[in-house]
Ligand binder design. Structure first.
Ligand code: CA
Ligand code: CA
Ligand code: CA
Length: 227
């Protein structure tokens, strides 16, 4: 192969890698669920709710990130709230096929078709006609920190290996998902989202390393062909 053709191939390869990176809009990061939010630095806001409802649970912002093992959420409240107990329940809505037509239309607001829900840490299956089908799930409980106490924000982990018990199928059949959080208040509901999230690839910086490697090989090949 001519050196110029090798170079062309190299740039095509780079184009493919660049495309690969831009197609994955999420943030690849491993988050420690410990109530310390310093590990969220650099993760962009997925969705906001700037309306202060005065509910005990009053959402402000939602962030999302992922690694190979988990989907991570960070939820920030307008005011500190005693949450996950005594009736202050937070719900997570996962639109696992990014399709409003499947799953439960939360509050009928046409913003999310939630296929899996969480009531605090407890997971349940949803369909368009059924808020909770009662079907069981495996490895799907949400890990939340700090849990069942007064907080200004919480970090949540959901295992990407969670499955429907009956079929054994993953609860994450699609790479792009819809996410929302909501609560049913005594005077008013609060809804945060929906945001669309695409899982980030593992350690995308490796693509840059591969590109550097490819460029190095091309330089060596070019020198040999010119010699
Ligand atoms: Ca943390
Ligand atoms: Ca709010
Ligand atoms: Ca859906």
């Amino acid at each position: 192969m001519k050196a110029s053709n090798i170079l062309k191939s190299g740039f095509c390869l780079f184009g493919a890698f660049a495309l690969c990176i831009s197609a994955y809009a999420g943030t690849y990061k491993t988050i420690t669920l410990d109530g310390d939010f310093s590990d969220w630095v650099g993760v962009p806001i997925l969705s906001s709710n700037t309306t202060a409802t005065g509910n005990p649970v009053d959402f402000l912002t939602l962030y999302a990130a992922n690694d190979e093992n988990n989907l991570y959420l960070r939820v920030v409240y307008n005011d500190p709230v005693a949450v996950n107990f005594g009736g202050t329940t937070i719900y997570i809505a996962l639109d696992n096929d990014n399709n409003l037509a499947t799953g439960f239309n939360i509050f009928g607001n046409n913003l999310i078709g939630s296929d899996i829900g969480w009531s605090n840490d407890f997971p349940f299956v949803q369909t368009s006609s059924n808020f909770n089908t009662g079907e069981s799930l495996d490895n799907a409980a949400a890990a939340i920190a700090l849990y069942s106490t007064t907080v200004s924000e919480q970090e949540i982990g959901i295992s990407r290996s969670a499955t429907y018990t009956a079929s054994g199928d993953t609860i994450f059949p699609s790479n792009t998902i819809g996410l929302a959080m909501y609560t049913s208040g005594t005077t008013q509901d609060d809804f945060l989202g929906a945001g669309t999230y695409t899982f980030a690839v593992p350690e995308p910086e490796h693509f840059a390393m591969i590109f550097v490697g490819v460029v190095g090989l091309l330089a060596v090949a070019r020198r040999r062909f010119q010699a």
